[in-house]
Design a protein around this ligand. Structure first.
Ligand SMILES: Cc1ncc(COP(=O)(O)O)c(C=O)c1O
Length: 408
């Protein structure tokens, strides 16, 4: 008899954002006049930059002409974009990549979730705690996470705690700890806003090389780095033999609606003698028919000289919000981190208030919405995430209200 994939039945409901919506909805119903500001969303708000818009218009015109029309493109992405991405890695990061090590896709969310397809079903997965939930839920869907416990932990996952004690940067497993096969790392981090220094990243690369693990490195927020730290794991020697990197145009250039991303699969990366580049190529050509030509032409424009200048201005706009939020919270004596190399600020809730109680206080007394840290895993309890993706005016207003809430 047909059965569903029972691993899906283990998944807890997507509680976080539906519960936020429910609480905001209930508050709005009781106070219809309330002017609620959201610093909770992980989505950008600024429009696409002029170079990207121009490229989109041109690509649309091409689609209108008999001679210039394009249908299916290469599943791996057009050469012009793969070369532009490789050129950027070489120029800005001194990282040499072959264009065929870059696989263009429609999102880092899909790629970080789908990557499990090319590994054995019993691979042991390590995730940070707190974590971007996609890594956990997609591991659960394939059965790699085991069973879900009452404590909010999966039985087969290895959790790497990220707390104030380690500066939200996970420590290597000890010599007697189980060895993970796959290690998801995300830096700059969602949700904590923490970044990783070269030495710490080198330790992880060395660990992976020693143990035959593969690091799944999510660099979706690398463009927000302001300090002198690695943007790419491939800046670390040896990473080409033990790491896969995920890049995204979403927070880089505001493509959350347009959809474009890429995954870097170095040729040197082999598991049991098998090239992961070849396996991913097989997977993509079978299950994916390529990102849209329009999005790829738009992506190419991001790497032009004016494109780079224009996206830098937008990123600087969000970075200014991040600084303002972080500074505002620190001025109030609150413990806040992140916001320097990331668009996220991670706030320790005052007086050991639970994440959800703090959410209610902020909503009801300041009409400001954020994201409870506990929604990102057990290690997020007692924390709260604010994002820098709003307008200057609304961010300033939200911080004013938080200030009034704390100092009266
Ligand atoms: C850590 C992380 N990776 C990936 C993504 C998704 O990227 P994309 O829009 O390319 O699917 C997000 C989006 O919020 C994210 O926070």
């Amino acid at each position: 008899m047909l059965k569903v994939n029972e691993h899906f039945l283990q998944l807890p409901g997507s509680y976080l954002f539906s519960e936020i919506a429910r609480r905001v909805g209930a508050y709005r119903a009781s106070k219809p006049e309330a002017d609620i500001i959201s610093l909770g969303i992980g989505d950008v708000t600024r429009p696409l930059v002029p170079s990207v818009i121009r490229a989109l218009h041109e690509a649309v015109e091409e689609q209108a002409g008999e001679k210039t029309f394009r249908g299916y493109g290469p599943e791996q992405g057009y050469g012009f974009l793969r070369e532009a991405i490789a050129g950027h890695y070489a120029r800005r990061r001194q990282v040499a990549l072959q264009p065929d090590e870059i696989f263009v896709s429609d999102g880092a969310k899909s790629d970080t979730g789908n990557i499990g397809d090319i590994f054995a079903p019993d691979a042991v997965v390590a995730v940070c705690d707190p974590v971007y939930p996609v890594y956990v839920d997609t591991s659960a869907m394939t059965g790699r996470a085991g069973t879900y416990g009452k404590d909010g932990r999966w039985s087969r996952l290895i959790y790497l705690p990220c707390s104030r004690d380690n500066g939200f940067c996970p420590q290597l497993p000890g010599p007697h700890d189980p060895v993970p096969d796959l290690i998801y790392l995300c830096f700059p981090n969602n949700p904590t806003g923490a970044a990783i220094k070269a030495d710490a990243l080198r330790d992880w690369v060395d660990y992976a090389l020693r143990h035959g693990s593969v690091i799944l490195y999510d660099a979706a927020y690398e463009a927000y780095i302001t300090e002198d730290i690695p943007h790419s794991i491939f800046e670390i020697e040896g990473a080409r033999s033990c790491a896969i990197e995920f890049g995204s145009f979403s927070k880089l250039a505001g493509f959350t609606g347009l959809r474009l991303a890429f995954t870097v699969m170095p040729h040197d990366l082999r598991v049991g003698g098998v090239s992961l580049n070849k396996l991913w190529n097989r997977r993509q050509t079978t299950k994916f028919n390529g990102a849209s030509y329009l999005a790829q032409k738009a992506g190419e424009a991001v790497y032009t000289e004016p494109g780079q200048r224009e996206i830098a201005e937008v990123i600087a706009y969000y970075q200014q919000n991040a600084r303002q939020i972080r500074q505002g919270l620190s001025d109030l004596g609150l413990e806040a981190s992140g916001g320097v190399n990331a668009p996220y600020i991670w706030l320790r809730t005052p007086d050991n208030t639970s994440s959800w109680d703090f959410f209610d206080t902020l909503l009801q007394q300041a009409q400001v919405v954020g994201t409870p840290g506990s929604g990102f895993g057990p290690g997020g309890e007692g924390y709260f995430r604010l994002t820098a993706f709003g307008s200057h005016a609304r961010t300033a207003e939200a911080m004013d209200r938080i200030r009034r809430l704390f100092v009266g």
